[in-house]
Design a protein. Structure first.
Length: 75
């Protein structure tokens, strides 16, 4: 499976007024088959589950919007 790591450019700029001009770091997502895939790092930084069935959802139970319990795999 080919995974294209993304280099930042103007279209990845955060437009939120509180963070105006901040770029989304390249380790927060990658593009696979033309779709953006957010990493576990991004979700942890976000602070809660968005409920959108994300592949790298680190919360437990996964895909439950607003959940903040982090899943830790010990084995």
């Amino acid at each position: 499976m080919l995974v294209e790591l993304v280099r930042l450019n103007n279209r990845h700029t955060n437009t939120d007024e509180s963070n105006k001009g901040e770029d989304i770091p390249p380790f927060d997502f990658y593009i696979e088959n033309g779709k953006y895939v957010f990493t576990e790092h991004y979700h942890l930084k976000r602070g809660s589950c968005c409920g959108n069935q994300c592949r790298h959802c680190p919360y437990f139970p996964a895909h439950k919007k607003g959940n903040t319990t982090i899943f830790i795999n010990n084995g």
